[in-house]
Design a protein around this ligand. Structure first.
Ligand code: ZN
Length: 327
């Protein structure tokens, strides 16, 4: 009797196991090809601190963008299009065949798929405004100016959430990076953690050196009034990249307002900002909303709203790049 039961069990195993193996292999093989964004390294990615509080909150629950890992948790291959990686597939007992193939064929397929993405070959810079501590040392506001301003101000704070701007804008920026990478862009960040000391002039020069196609400086507003709200874009008025930066603003502002439902406060052109004045590549500042408005403060710190900002900005950038390349 025991022999019969053993034989039946063995037969069952023979019938079931190949099926399991097939299911795992198919799903895993889909992973590299369905994740077309090139995982391009940003220069400062290795400096991410695991204690970064913004990054710990950066994993979206209803993520409209494909990437699910945050900068600080970037230790596993990304899941494709929000699809969870099958834990069983990583079981060592399944051997190498159950893991993502390491051969050249999938990487060639992934590369070909990446080339079809709208931002393939486009370099975008993201400068999340401010840092954990401002730096009141002074630097010149423009290349040919003797006027000086603080290297980095400390930014505003949410009137309701009490969250400082430097945290909010990094959360938005990390989502923006994911959204841009999902469209094939190569993204460069000025910072990925809060504990840095990088002046506005240095941030501009970093992006000049990378030779990016466009820089977005991500900020939130703060004023005395609790009622003021909405999104504004700022760009320089008279330096060499003023016209191209304005052109980018014209494409991006309607897209981000449509995606978020936020009011538009228009495009402001002036030569007041060190980060824009020192830029030799098209550059604009996004004031994502007013942290001095209690409702907008809550929205700006809400994961879903941050994703709306990120996807709206990405759509605007795609519109700008398409227009630019059409000329
Ligand atoms: Zn700011």
């Amino acid at each position: 009797m025991k022999k019969l039961i053993c034989a039946m069990l063995a037969l069952c195993m023979l019938l079931i196991l190949p099926g399991l193996g097939e299911g795992l292999t198919v799903e895993d093989e889909a992973t590299p090809t369905a994740d077309p964004a090139p995982r391009t390294e940003s220069a400062t990615r290795d400096t991410v601190s695991s204690a970064d509080s913004a990054s710990q909150n950066a994993v979206p629950s209803a993520d409209p963008a494909p990437r699910t890992e945050s900068a600080a948790q970037d230790t596993t291959p990304p899941a494709a299009d929000g699809m969870a990686v099958n834990v069983v597939a990583q079981d060592p007992s399944q051997g190498g065949s159950a893991l993502a193939p390491q051969g050249t064929v999938p990487s060639v397929v992934a590369e070909l798929a990446a080339q079809e993405l709208p931002l393939y070959g486009v370099k975008i810079g993201i400068d999340p405004g401010h840092q954990a501590h401002g730096n009141s040392e002074r630097e010149t506001v423009a290349p040919n100016s003797s006027e000086k301003k603080a290297k980095v101000s400390s930014g505003t704070t949410g009137v309701y959430t009490r969250i400082p701007e430097y945290i909010t804008v990094l959360e938005i920026s990390l989502k923006l990076r994911e959204a841009l990478e999902s469209q094939g862009a190569q993204v460069y960040m000025t910072r990925e953690s809060h504990d840095v000391d990088i002046s506005n002039q240095e941030r501009a020069k970093m992006m000049n050196d990378y030779g990016v196609d466009l820089v977005l400086r991500i900020h939130c507003d703060g004023v005395d009034s609790h009622s003021k709200r909405g999104i504004a874009l700022y760009c320089s008025r008279s330096n060499a990249i003023a016209e191209e930066s304005y052109r980018a603003c014209e494409a991006i502002l309607p897209a981000v307002c449509a995606a978020t439902g936020a009011e538009s406060n228009g495009i402001v052109r002036n030569d007041n900002y060190t980060g824009q004045n020192w830029s030799t590549v098209p550059c604009l500042m996004v004031e994502c909303g007013f942290m001095s408005n209690p409702d907008e403060d809550v929205l700006l710190n809400d994961e879903d709203y941050q994703w709306k900002l990120a996807t709206g900005l990405t759509e605007g950038i795609m519109a700008y790049i398409a227009q630019r390349d059409a000329d």
